[in-house]
Design a binder for this molecule. Structure first.
Ligand SMILES: [Zn+2]
Length: 188
């Protein structure tokens, strides 16, 4: 069986040798001056940039499970701030999607799965005693539109956000790429 990594490394060697990278050459500054927070969903890998007319170099894209800002001083918020202050992004777009894995996700089945894969009850207890609410941390959202509004609010009202930056909220259809506008950042 070919291993994932071997396959990647073999392909990569040829990619570089053949100068395939030349058509992707650009800079670290987003041509379209935006930073996008979206979901890691596989269906969005190519669909989202195509549906938004984004080519290589056009946008900073941050991905996580659910397009969520789970902590105001976590790495997602830091990435947004770096994009705005250091990399010339001027607008923020939060783009969640319908049929997201984080929609309605409960912590219990994930924890069950962890136990089956060898995470001990003791480890889970230690985390709880250390003040980590693992159930809260793993929980998804009930409504994707509410979730987008919440993420937009968190970003917009962050104490370190420049006041004039528009923060938009959208939901994309993972099949058709159609965008629904939830929050128009120009009006907020
Ligand atoms: Zn998702």
């Amino acid at each position: 069986m070919t291993k994932i990594l071997n396959e990647i490394l073999d392909f990569n060697q040829k990619f570089v040798e053949d100068h395939e990278y030349e058509k992707y050459e650009t800079t670290k500054f987003p041509n379209k001056k935006m930073v996008i927070l979206t979901c890691m969903d596989t269906r969005l890998l190519e669909l989202l940039p195509k549906a938004l007319n984004l080519g290589n170099g056009d946008a900073k894209i941050i991905k996580d499970a659910g397009a969520l800002v789970s902590h105001p001083f976590g790495s997602v918020m830091r990435s947004i701030l770096v994009a705005l202050y250091q990399l010339k992004a001027q607008e923020v777009l939060v783009i969640a999607h319908y049929d997201c894995g984080m929609s309605g996700m409960k912590a219990e089945p994930v924890i069950e799965s962890m136990k089956e894969r060898g995470i001990s009850e003791e480890t889970l207890k230690t985390l709880t005693y250390s003040g980590i609410d693992i159930e809260q941390w793993l929980r998804g959202f009930e409504s994707v539109t509410d979730s987008v509004k919440h993420s937009v609010d968190m970003i917009k009202n962050h104490p370190l956000m420049p006041k004039e930056v528009p923060v938009h909220g959208l939901v994309i259809d993972p099949k058709t790429g159609k965008l629904d506008l939830i929050v128009d950042g120009y009006k907020n």
